[in-house]
Each structure stands twice: as structure tokens, then as C-alpha cells.
Design a protein around this ligand. Structure first.
Ligand code: ATP
Ligand code: MG
Length: 137
């Protein structure tokens, strides 16, 4: 069993996709282990995207994640990290396969609706950052 972090970014919340995205995760037989709607703390977002600190788009992605409410979710299940990444689709929605969240609901890389942890090590680091109190189940 693995636990991974999913963020529904401000664009996904603004477009009323919380239910649709969560429905797909649960339909896959993955378990929501923690869930919160919040205005993200800028320091947490900068730490979250720390690997991208030197990239030209760093300021834009941080501004975007802080621009409105986000949903942070811990998701548990067999191979949850890979399962969720595959469900979300390619980073650039124009490359994302139909049937994925990004392939069905997103069009541009600056508003690709969700974040999900890239590997188990990233998941552990990100879960500690967003859910320092731990998960509910
Ligand atoms: P995320 O980490 O948000 O789940 P990802 O793992 O698919 O996305 P990363 O490479 O980690 O992709 O990039 C983080 C975010 O930075 C992307 O979701 C996207 O919004 C933005 N981003 C990535 N690459 C570019 C780029 N070349 N130009 C503009 N924005 C980008
Ligand atoms: Mg990433």
C-alpha cells in the first residue's frame, strides 16, 4: 500500500471539479485518507515546488497555487502513486490522453487542474508538508 498527495489546484476548485475528481479517485477503489479545502500558505507552496525553484515558471506556479482555494488530499491504495499520476495525465494537457483528468478537463499547462506526487519519496515529503498532523486513516 502507498499513500500519495493530490492537490486540486485553484482552477479545478473554481470550475467545481472537486466532486468529479474525488469521484474518479474513489471509483478506482483508492481511499481518501485526509481531505481539506484551504487557502495554501505561500511558504508551503514554495517548499512544495522546491525542485522547480530555479525554473523560469517557478514564480508563476507558486502565484497560481496561492491564487485561490485548493483541495489537499491524501490518497491510499495499492500502487497509489503511479495509479494517481496515470489518472491525472501528462503535465501539458494538450498531450494528456482522453480519459485522464487533464485530458478530459484541461487545455493549458498553466491551468492543469491537479498536482500529484511523482514517486513514493516525493509523496512522503509532500504529505509531511501538507498534513503535518498525519492522515485520518
Ligand atoms: P505537478 O507537480 O503540478 O503535479 P507535474 O508533476 O505533472 O505537475 P512538474 O514538472 O512537476 O509537472 O511541474 C509542476 C508544474 O509547473 C506543472 O503542473 C505546470 O503547471 C508547471 N510547469 C511545468 N513545466 C512547465 C513549463 N515548461 N512551462 C510552464 N509551466 C510549467
Ligand atoms: Mg510535479
Amino acid at each position: 500500500m502507498e499513500t500519495t498527495l493530490v492537490l486540486i489546484k485553484p482552477g479545478g476548485v473554481a470550475r467545481n471539479l472537486i466532486g468529479e475528481i474525488t469521484r474518479r479517485i474513489e471509483a478506482r477503489d483508492l481511499q481518501v485518507a485526509a481531505l481539506v479545502l484551504m487557502k495554501a500558505d505561500r511558504a508551503i507552496v514554495e517548499e512544495h515546488y522546491g525542485e522547480h525553484r530555479e525554473k523560469p515558471f517557478f514564480a508563476d506556479v507558486v502565484d497560481y497555487l496561492c491564487s485561490g482555494p485548493v483541495v489537499a488530499m491524501a490518497v491510499t491504495g495499492t500502487n497509489a502513486v503511479k495509479a494517481i499520476r496515470t489518472m491525472m495525465g501528462a503535465t501539458n494537457p494538450i498531450e494528456a490522453t482522453p480519459g485522464t483528468i487533464r485530458g478530459d478537463f484541461a487545455l493549458t499547462i498553466d491551468d492543469n487542474l491537479t498536482h500529484s506526487s511523482s514517486d513514493p519519496e516525493a509523496a512522503a515529503r509532500e504529505l509531511a508538508l501538507w498534513f503535518p498532523e498525519g492522515t485520518v486513516r
